[in-house]
Design a protein around this ligand. Structure first.
Ligand code: 3HC
Length: 310
């Protein structure tokens, strides 16, 4: 039996590309009445809002969205600077679901989940958009500060947390991976699935294993392309063209790595390698060196290829 998500307000923590993409589909596709975005950095928040505007403009320009629907979506947005502020919103605006789309760093995500659990009611569903970190570990942090061991908050906190893994660019990619943590209540999983479907996505489920299904398969593929490059098997252009034209991939693996971010690719490979101790997941040396050099791909202007400043 399908379950209705019932969320009247959705929060998104982190106003980068992923966070704004999620806010966009929540406002436009799922038509959630309130979408509240959180970013501690005022300049990132400004960039995020400008990105949202550019998506609206593009869709209106292409006739995919009516001007009044775009105006309505804009009116649904609220930006706050902290999780504490999020918790103080009135009942109508305070989110029933929060999707965390912050930097892919365990300490950052643990801190955010602990803060969300501290400032929002116990029935708030908490989702992480992590690409590879243990969702069960993140869920375990969803306990309010000061909660006593064995208390209802300590037991129930983690049961409302799970992974909702969107793909970049969120408005274009049709998939969401759903990752229940060991602790997740099945009702929470069903509501999160219903939200992702309302955002126009097809949902697959993965166990909480390193990289889930998507990055367990994608990242070794990208890593192997980097090893082929550093071993002199072929030029970067020929590696990409081979996969693009030979296998009909929309982008070659090195272009895709630049698009995702080389730091993100390295972080995911390191998680796979650390958690499985399997040498097939060892990150390519060149990938590590490029990140050392600050060559993060498209977002930094240089990766395997060069990009004009955005
Ligand atoms: N944000 C929003 N929309 C975007 C976009 C962005 N950053 N980039 C492109 N688009 C839109 C375009 O506006 C266009 O929309 P339209 O159909 O309404 O005109 C559509 O995407 C197609 O764009 P283009 O015609 O400019 O270019 P392409 O046909 O080359 O498509 C692409 C661009 C969709 C990015 C395509 O190259 C692609 O699918 N690449 C692979 C992307 C991919 O594999 N993503 C997954 C990465 S892995 C991940 O996210 C998981 C994480 O954990 C690592």
């Amino acid at each position: 039996m399908s379950v209705s998500h019932g969320f009247k307000s959705v929060g998104v923590v982190g106003m980068g590309q992923m966070g704004m993409g999620i806010s966009y589909v929540a406002a436009i596709k799922a038509k959630i009445p309130h979408v509240v975005m959180v970013d501690a950095s005022a300049s990132q928040a400004q960039k995020g809002v400008a990105f949202f505007e550019s998506l609206l403009k593009k869709d209106v320009g292409k006739g995919k969205l009516e001007q009044n629907a775009a105006d309505l979506a804009r009116s649904r947005l609220t930006v706050v600077q902290s999780i504490e502020e999020l918790g103080k919103l009135d009942d109508a605006k305070r989110p029933g679901l929060i999707v965390e789309a912050a930097t892919e760093s365990l300490p950052i995500k643990l801190k955010i989940f602990n803060s969300l659990a501290t400032h929002l009611p116990l029935d708030t569903v908490l989702a992480t958009n992590t690409s590879s970190i243990s969702v069960s570990k993140i869920a375990a942090a969803a306990v309010p500060q000061g909660a006593e061991k064995g208390s209802t908050e300590a037991w129930k906190g983690p049961s409302r947390a799970l992974g909702l893994h969107f793909f970049n660019p969120v408005p274009v990619m049709s998939l969401v991976e759903l990752i229940p943590a060991l602790q997740t209540d099945p009702d929470v999983t069903a509501r999160a699935r219903s939200f992702a479907e309302a955002c126009g996505k097809v949902v697959t489920t993965s166990a909480d294993v390193p990289g889930f299904v998507s990055n367990r398969l994608l990242m070794p593929f990208i890593n192997e392309a980097i090893i082929a490059l550093e071993s002199g098997v072929a030029s970067k252009e020929d590696i990409d063209t081979t996969l693009k034209l030979g296998m009909n991939h929309p982008m070659g693996p090195l272009t895709l790595a630049d698009f995702i971010g080389l730091d993100t690719c390295l972080g995911i490979m390191e998680t796979l390698y650390r958690e499985t101790a399997d040498s097939k997941y060892r990150p390519a040396v060149l990938l590590g060196r490029m990140v050392d050099a600050g060559w993060m791909g498209k977002k930094s202007g240089k990766g395997f290829y060069e990009y004009a400043a955005r």
